[in-house]
Design a protein around this ligand. Sequence first.
Ligand code: PLP
Length: 409
Amino acid sequence: MIRINENYNLLQGSYLFSEVNKRVKAYQEKNTGRKIIRLGIGDVTQPLSPSVIAGMKRGVEDMASAASFKGYGPDQGYDFLREAICDADFQSHGINIGSDEIFITTGAKEDTANIQELFAQDIRIAIPDPVYPVYVDSNVMAGRSGAFTDGRYRNFVYLDCNERNHFTPSLPSEPVDLIYLCFPNNPTGQVATKEELKKWVDYARKNRALILFDAAYEAFIRDPGIPHSIYEIEGAREVAIEFRSLSKTAGFTGTRCAYTMIPRDLMAWDAAGNPHSLNQFWFRRQSTKFNGTAYVIQRAAEQVFSSKGKEESRAIIDYYLGNAKLISEGIKSQGWNFSGGTNSPYIWFKTPDGLNSWEFFDRLLSECQVVGTPGAGFGKCGEGYFRLSSFGSRENVQEAMERILQVKF
Ligand code: PLP
């Protein structure tokens, strides 16, 4: 008899965005009037830049002739892309990361979900709340969560993020082995200072813990004092894996290209106390289960790191940051407390009038025909909060904010 992985039964409800889509569909079926504006899911709307398209075309041309055709690529990604990343993102900023420490992948979602396979079943995991749901669900599927009661899994150590701590988690009060951090944060839009990150790096070094640092939104950082990489912190090479993605940096949500940094110094230990290289473990995992990102896409991605490509991506991100400013100003004039909106594409605010997250979602949909994301979908601490994203077109963001400002909540 074929039996299922019963851990899947522990997953909560449908995935957040499926529920959002279900409610929007149900509303649309009953109401065919005003256009619905989506400021919910973090998907981009602006096209790929001219440099990226040129890189992609070059990749296509290469595939058209026997002399330059490419079949299976190198397991870790092509040298041309890893070297371009290494130089543009790390070496030119004085950060010590080598191209052999960079793994090209199709998405940060895939890698942040899959990385947990490298670790023992009984490790203690610290997860911020609210959080990008993939970190939680991938560990639930792997059987590390224990039962779900009162909005939380028994075996996870939750790091509460709320207004009191400015949505920045405190160190755990009990020992943990694996820590998920994401800055600029999805969903709260919060960023971390060097001092904040140092606190975590020091903790991890002292406790032989590992930090999984999700930097999917680093390109939105404009404040020169805010670190883009955890490797800007001394000692982080010994204790952190960093995930970056071209999804939001260069509009690759549908094109799919991301990269994960695993320094050679990074170790995890077996039960006998022997150290093992996580770089080698991940290489082994990827070469068994993953056959690489398409050559054409890696050629497109290479151009993101060219000087023209960097300028073009920056202009697109500036456009989204302009949207974020408009949203923040609107939220502020409603008198709602919010975080994010600068150095981040997300605006996270407290729902008015004591409405819970889904009640506010329904009101925003029915009264303004605007779709956002209920904070409760990101964890227990997200209840009573709401996320708007700045990835829409300028016209849509303007119209959505005009509609919101006309309603007295
Ligand atoms: N990490 C965070 C925090 C995200 O918000 C997202 C997407 O929304 C991802 C990773 C996924 O990125 P990718 O498109 O590279 O899979």
